[in-house]
Design a protein around this ligand. Structure first.
Ligand SMILES: O=C(O)CCC(=O)C(=O)O
Ligand SMILES: [Fe+2]
Length: 234
């Protein structure tokens, strides 16, 4: 792995996608845990008005908080640690690991930025790993606008559908997708399967823990901690 090259690519584009990083057997073990958990926990924890207005259909799970030790294997992976340090610099820290689950035929996620872009030094880095293949048949591909992490706030809905050249990423089982929290991104609707991704979120030095509390959608700024629409944008 050429960490310098990958880190340059990340800084330029706001994302990096790498296939075949984690073994099939590890991904199968993760996926089994995920399916077992959601077999009995597939209720939404967000309130209905948020789900409606954000057009977002995901259910989170924090497996390490439930004592699932196997989820530390990716977090402790030395390649992932080195790449993260190359991108974020010394003093970065992990926030948590979060599985995001979507049911078959659900909406995916509308265009958004995970955090606001007022202070360029502070953002979240998503380190997403995939325990299943995601493609046109399953649905749930990720769409990004390259380099949009440098373009400030995502345009409001009123500016129409086309906000740049869309790059569709269809992650393979065992792959890693690094996404800058300011990049404009969305998840396409889910088709024929459930969808799961596992995110090892982390932040540069001195970034507040609640950096992702305010999420920027094209139609609103939403604050998760008190479930409030801060700004209507359309
Ligand atoms: O689940 C994914 O592939 C990406 C979800 C997302 O928007 C994020 O992690 O910020
Ligand atoms: Fe996101």
């Amino acid at each position: 792995m050429n960490f310098d090259q990958l880190s340059k690519k990340f800084n330029k584009n706001g994302y990096v996608y790498i296939e075949n990083l984690f073994s099939e057997s590890l991904m199968d073990a993760y996926h089994e845990k995920i399916l077992n958990h959601f077999a009995s926990n597939s209720k939404h924890i967000h309130d209905e008005s948020f789900l409606d207005k954000s057009d977002t259909d995901v259910i989170p799970w924090f497996p390490q908080l439930d004592g699932e030790k196997i989820f530390s294997i990716v977090e402790d992976d030395i390649r992932l640690k080195n790449l993260t340090e190359n991108i974020l610099g010394k003093g970065w820290r992990s926030l948590y690991s979060m599985v995001m689950f979507s049911s078959r035929s659900s909406n995916g996620q509308a265009w958004h930025q995970d955090c606001t872009s007022e202070d360029k030094c502070f953002f979240n880095l998503n380190r997403l790993i995939y325990t299943m293949d995601i493609n046109a048949s399953t649905g749930g591909e990720i769409v990004v606008i390259a380099s949009s992490h440098k373009r400030g706030m995502i345009p409001p809905s009123a500016l129409g559908k086309n906000i740049g050249d869309e790059i569709v990423i269809s992650p393979k089982k065992g792959s890693l997708l690094l996404l800058h929290g300011n990049i404009w991104h969305k998840v396409l609707p889910i088709n024929n399967n459930i969808r799961a991704s596992t995110n090892y979120r982390c932040v540069p030095k001195n970034t507040p823990d609640d950096i992702t509390d305010i999420c920027v959608y094209r139609n609103m700024l939403y604050r998760f901690s008190d479930k409030r629409v801060l700004v209507n944008r359309d």
